[in-house]
Ligand binder design. Structure first.
Ligand code: ADP
Ligand code: MG
Length: 327
């Protein structure tokens, strides 16, 4: 069982940052409103995520650690309208097979907490009583300790942590309603408080993207039939030499989608001087039935059923924003 899970892990667990992404998404799927991320040594030593979500019942702990066990889709038809972030039931089993993972959880209606870990070649699960408040903690120690080839590919502590920071930034922009605290080697590096109004949203955007971005940003909010686009795009005079302020989301999922980026770039291309790049934080929402998210395991890409229509919508909203508000 361990070997099969390790092979699967090759797809899901590329580096510490991918572990962080999977675990934080699980916390979000569990309805958490506060998530704490503690990292040691760039994540190679420890990745510990605590949330105040719904928790996992004692009787479900073993299942949660086994492959292709997901509580999130009941049958194949559900695949068409997925709204939860995870749905493959692979992450915990995969991560557990390439690290020393313990899972501690307490649903609010359960009297006490329990801790589970899967060990050995057969990934046999041991369950012990534990102390924990309502919610879940996943503690991942010594990532890749048993897969030396992969461990060798880890970069410096600083580089790995910067990838983790980027994951947290992307998620923090997707979920203003959730608070996040990210620590590295015992020191708080980023702290995002829950944001409930436009002013607080902009404060979080400034924390993630820098004050200069928000000071030069145009806010847009546009709906056409079932398509809705809102967020911030920087004016062309906000010049950045680096191409790293491109945050786009589809139904709350962070994306690195070619179609979306292309539409936005095209809108910018007339007004951007040379050596500058578009910078934006944009959220597209549409009917979940109009988009497939099951395209890539890392889930950064989507397939729109009416891709041309979506592309043109994004392009025209962005272009209008740039030309009417800034000309
Ligand atoms: P998936 O997210 O694709 O369902 P995972 O392997 O990531 O699969 O998680 C397996 C299961 O464990 C989830 O379906 C969920 O029921 C449970 N789970 C994982 N993390 C949490 C969490 N933080 N809070 C509550 N339940 C969780
Ligand atoms: Mg998951």
């Amino acid at each position: 069982a361990r070997l099969a899970n390790q092979i699967a892990a090759g797809e899901v667990v590329e580096r510490p940052a991918s572990v962080v992404k999977e675990l934080v998404e699980n916390s979000l799927d569990a309805g958490a409103t506060a998530i704490k991320i503690d990292i040691e040594k760039g994540g190679a030593k420890r990745i510990k995520i605590s949330d105040n979500g719904c928790g996992i019942e004692k009787g479900e702990l073993t299942l949660a650690l086994s492959r292709h066990a997901t509580s999130k889709i009941k049958d194949l038809h559900d695949l068409e309208g997925i709204s939860s972030l995870g749905f493959r039931g692979e992450a915990l089993a995969s991560i557990s097979s390439v690290s020393r993972l313990t899972l501690t959880s307490k649903p609010a209606d359960q009297e006490s907490a329990w801790q589970a870990c899967a060990q050995g070649r057969d990934m046999e699960v041991t369950i012990l009583p534990a102390a924990h408040s309502d919610g879940t903690t996943i503690d991942v120690v010594d990532l890749f300790f048993n897969t030396p080839a992969r461990r060798k590919f880890l970069r410096t502590e600083k580089t790995e942590f910067s990838h983790i920071e980027e994951v947290i930034k992307r998620i923090a922009l997707a979920r203003f309603d959730v608070s996040f605290v990210l620590s590295h080697n015992g020191k708080i590096i980023r702290q995002y408080r829950t944001a409930n109004n436009q002013q607080q949203y902009e404060k979080r955007v400034a924390q993630v993207c820098g004050q200069a971005f928000i000071d030069n940003a145009l806010y847009l909010d546009c709906q056409h039939e079932s398509l809705h686009l809102h967020g911030w795009m920087a004016t062309p005079n906000f010049s950045r030499k680096q191409n790293d302020l491109c945050y786009s989301y589809v139904n709350g999922r962070m994306m690195r989608d070619k179609l979306i980026n292309h539409a936005i770039r095209q809108a910018y291309s007339d007004s951007l001087p040379a050596e500058t790049y578009p910078a934006f934080v944009l959220f597209l929402t549409l009917n979940v039935k109009e988009v497939d998210v099951n395209v890539h395991p890392a889930k950064h890409e989507v397939r729109f059923h009416q891709s041309r229509y979506v592309h043109d919508f994004i392009f025209s909203v962005c272009q209008q924003t740039l030309t009417t508000q800034y000309s």
